[in-house]
Design a binder for this molecule. Sequence first.
Ligand code: NAI
Length: 328
Amino acid sequence: MVKAAVLGASGGIGQPLSLLLAISPLVDQLSLYDVVNTPGVGADLSHINSKATVTAYLPEDGKGLEKALTGCDIVVIPAGIPRKPGMTRDDLFKINAGIVRDLVTGVAKFCPKAFVLVISNPVNSTVPIAAEVLKSHNVFDATRLFGVTSLDVVRASTFVSEVVGGSPTDYKVPVVGGHSGETIVPLLSQITPSVEIPSDKLDALVNRIQFGGDEVVKAKDGTGSATLSMAYAGFKFAESLLRALGGETGIVEPTYVYLPGVKGGEEVQKAVGGLEFFAVPVELGPTGAVQATNPLPQANEYEQGLLEAAKKGLSVNIVKGVEFISKL
Ligand code: NAI
């Protein structure tokens, strides 16, 4: 029996993500939590003739989060405000940091063994916040905490195919680092199958992968950021994890993890100047993240330059997240 929860289930990402989880044969119980509108979203989804039973909660009488989380195996968190034109992901910190802190406190209390997938931005800082909260409750297990960076990977294969032809599903692009602007590092030299990116298109392609989210923010013109593509990408990650929990082997997904706590992570950490959090391809298994692989030694000179910029940005973002909890 697999119980999944979506925290922020009534939002732009939360609703389509909940739909995808509700129709997944890998989910038996789906629990929805938000500060608004979950009764409606829950009633709607509960009419779908899929295997999952759907329950929905509000914070009412202080017990909503507890009921939503108790018994959960996997918790996906897209709660918080999205960007408007002109905003960076870091601009969201003020509001989303507290939201993530409070929701992960609920995880620590009511389902401490659950796998936690953080979507709320800025991911570079909200995952360190989640780790600190779990540590403070003595329930932190780095193999179970993931920053969801899959949208960068989804975008990368789409944009690469637009440059070199073929179908987006043909290409696997390792995207490492973090999840905002320059901290997003696509390793285009390591695309499988290998492709040649014309040198006059390289800068623009890398820039588009790093700032692809801005295209959506601009096009939505003040009404939000990526929701449908994010729900798809978030679901794909959750599905990979659920398949791995079910015993399927060899499933590898890039995700933002706490390196010292994941096998193979120390090698990555050395390669990135000691950063504790970094997105790299991670093999998933029945207990979560079983092995981080280090694709960085193969990065070419151009990509090494991108990595240097990413490291600078990430170190600031990580400290900001950690200090938000440690200075309380
Ligand atoms: P939205 O505003 O449409 O939905 C957010 C939902 O969170 C709302 O329903 C709101 O009521 C709920 N919420 C707020 N405070 C809450 C709390 N304390 N507990 C439970 N629910 C709460 O926003 P959207 O577009 O769904 O984006 C959500 C987050 O995901 C944003 O921070 C956004 O930046 C981030 N995001 C992350 C991406 C990634 O690649 N990791 C990509 C796109 C967005």
